[in-house]
Design a protein around this ligand. Structure first.
Ligand SMILES: Nc1ncnc2c1ncn2[C@@H]1O[C@H](COP(=O)(O)OP(=O)(O)OP(=O)(O)O)[C@@H](O)[C@H]1O
Ligand SMILES: [Mg+2]
Length: 219
């Protein structure tokens, strides 16, 4: 039963007062569950825009986007409900402590086991003793581990990560990267990562390079 994202001949452009910025045209890409994909390329190439389109957060200007979850074709909203997101700027809720941040996605779904699951994930990312700390009391790497656990806690089919290690030093990045790939393997979810880090990209099953509107397989 297919769980996948299919982009067919998509085009994306932005109209500004002065000009029309075309990011890409005729771009096709298929991403399956259980597969990891890194999108690399220079700043401004359109990597974040492509990620937003693949995640169903934004519609392309042209072309076709199709989402499948367990054999059934679904709309963007349903895909988003089956997805987790990780950003460069962690985006934790400042007023909630670590366990509160982790439990939130499950609480919003009315899950009674929200805090038990949150405690288990806190342990998994090695931050059991930080449960009652609020984001400003945690280091960048610790905050990103919480954000990572929060993305995985709902057992999504896909995780979309935009520069997940962009704010971290090399050593912390490596820890967060291996944790992210371990969790993806363990849960069997698809992982789509935009990154400037060649070390991170090297760990993905596939690397695609986006530049000047062209998406090509990278080494
Ligand atoms: N809402 C918007 N309106 C107008 N232009 C936009 C909008 N969003 C993005 N752009 C432009 O589209 C281009 C690609 O942006 P995008 O954020 O996708 O690039 P990127 O490859 O992720 O870059 P970076 O590596 O710096 O994050 C940029 O030139 C950007 O200014
Ligand atoms: Mg970007």
């Amino acid at each position: 039963m297919k769980t996948a994202i299919e982009l067919e001949n998509i085009r994306h452009e932005f109209d500004t007062d002065k000009e029309c910025i075309r990011l890409f045209d005729n771009l096709s890409l298929s991403i399956g569950k259980g597969q990891s994909l890194a999108i690399v390329g220079p700043s401004g190439a359109g990597k974040s825009s492509l990620l937003s389109i693949a995640a169903g957060l934004e519609a392309p200007t042209g072309g076709m986007v199709r989402f499948f979850v367990r054999g059934e074709e679904v709309d963007a909203r349903t895909l988003r409900a089956h997805s987790g997101f990780i950003f460069q700027q962690f985006h934790l809720m400042p007023e909630l402590d670590a366990i509160g941040n982790l439990a939130l996605p499950l609480r919003l779904k009315g899950r009674r086991d929200a805090f038990d699951q949150a405690a288990a994930w806190l342990d998994k990312v090695g931050l059991k003793d930080r449960a009652r700390h609020r984001p400003h009391q945690l280091s960048g790497g610790e905050q990103q581990r919480i954000a990572l656990a929060r993305a995985f806690i709902s057992r999504p089919d896909f995780i979309f990560a935009d520069e997940p290690t962009g704010n971290l030093d090399v050593r912390t990045s490596e820890g967060v990267t291996s944790l992210m790939f371990d969790c993806a393997r363990e849960t069997g979810c698809g992982l789509v990562i935009v990154t400037h880090s060649s070390r991170l990209a090297a760990q993905a099953d596939e690397r695609l390079h986006l530049e000047a509107g062209k998406l090509e397989m990278a080494a």
